[in-house]
Design a protein around this ligand. Structure first.
Ligand code: PMP
Length: 358
């Protein structure tokens, strides 16, 4: 059998590990921050009808500029954001990859703030962009002064923020984004994959877009929209950013079926998002109940909770898996990360955790 080492692979990819969240069929899957609520039946019917229609012309390439989808997404975002300011791709992972392809690449660098979403550095590696790990403050916060100091020290071409941050759940102050933007002549990206789970009234980087052509805000339909399997991510930015991404995207990268499904789902945004409040209730339940069981959850503005105080996370992961419950060991010592599921899933997780102890 040939091993990877024997192939003439790029030197800078040798020894790297791929994204590897375990995919297992379990009773309670709370490991990849999905929305565990299924798509409502009537919305599924509307999506099926939209797909059926799109299938009739699937002999033709899809709308390469996905005009209708961009209109739908702009309407969903509101705040005066126009379709020209919106760009979409197969998950926000692909959006981030396109940003790195257009603004990063060999000889360029991206500053991120670990611990953060693991794909940020993996996509940097895949595009030959040097990943520079920046320093965070206490409790995983990033103050404006810290962001500015890290930018001054490393002079990156791109700065990645994640708000709220995965895997810690930490919110990000918009003053930090403003200060970082002023401190760099490069691109500033704010990954807002979990924005819909923040408390009402929480500021978003979308507010900062006017007058900041180098700022990009990425979002996804994978989390709040319960659409992870359909692979739809998007961004809002100056229209010139979409022009840059047109240079690197594959022609027709968003299939006609993806576009049709997403447009139908967004037309029912209120129904798709109906579960967000319920998920926030379950997240808050985790934040209240975990300390009662002797663990230390971090504050979270997202649909997951990172909790500490675990003597042996690997053992606890295995014990939970033995009970058919999948959580995530993100490699931060003495912690595990759990997604807020349905009320029943969250109860099962908490009861099991109480039973097995640390
Ligand atoms: N950003 C963050 C912070 C995430 O946690 C995730 C998914 N885990 C993504 C982006 C990617 O999501 P998708 O590609 O499904 O849009």
């Amino acid at each position: 059998m040939t091993t990877l080492d024997e192939l003439p692979i790029r030197d800078d990819l040798r020894g790297l590990t791929p994204y590897g969240a375990p995919q297992k069929t379990v009773r309670v899957a709370l490991n990849v921050n999905e929305n565990t609520h299924p798509v409502p039946e009537d919305v599924a019917d509307a999506i099926t009808a939209s797909l059926a229609q799109a299938l009739r012309t699937v002999n033709r390439y899809p709308d390469r500029e996905f005009h209708s989808l961009r209109e739908s997404l702009a309407g969903y975002l509101g705040r005066g954001i126009t379709p020209e300011q919106v760009w979409a791709a197969n998950g926000s992972n692909e959006i981030i990859q396109q940003i790195l392809q257009a603004f990063g690449g060999p000889g360029r660098s991206v500053l991120g703030f670990p611990p953060t979403y693991s794909m940020h550095s993996i996509l940097a590696a895949g595009t030959g962009t040097r990943w520079v790990p920046g320093r965070r403050d206490a409790a995983y916060a990033i103050s404006p002064a810290t962001a500015v100091a890290e930018i001054a020290a490393h002079r990156p071409d791109i700065v990645f923020f994640c708000a709220p941050n995965n895997p810690t759940g930490t919110p990000l102050s918009m003053e930090t984004v403003e200060a970082a933007y002023d401190a760099t002549g490069g691109i500033v990206m704010v990954d807002e994959a979990y924005a819909e789970f923040a408390a009402a009234g929480t500021r978003t980087a979308l507010e900062l877009l006017p007058g900041r052509p180098r700022l990009i805000v990425t979002r996804t339909m994978s989390k709040a929209f319960a659409f992870a399997g359909a692979r739809v991510g998007y961004l809002a930015a100056d229209p010139a950013i979409a022009d840059a991404l047109r240079l690197v995207r594959l022609p027709y990268h968003l299939s006609a079926l993806t576009q049709a499904a997403a447009i139908a789902a967004i037309a029912h945004a209120d129904r798709m998002l109906a579960m967000v409040d319920e998920i926030k209730v379950q997240r808050d339940r985790l934040l209240t109940e975990l300390p009662r069981l002797g663990y230390e959850p971090l504050p979270s503005a997202s649909n997951f909770v990172l909790f500490g105080g675990i003597e042996n996370p690997q053992r606890m992961f295995e014990q939970l898996l033995a009970e058919d419950i999948l959580v995530r060991d993100v490699g931060i010592p003495n912690t595990l990360r759990v997604t807020a599921g349905t009320e029943e899933e969250t109860s099962t997780f908490l009861e099991t955790l109480g039973r097995i102890g640390s």
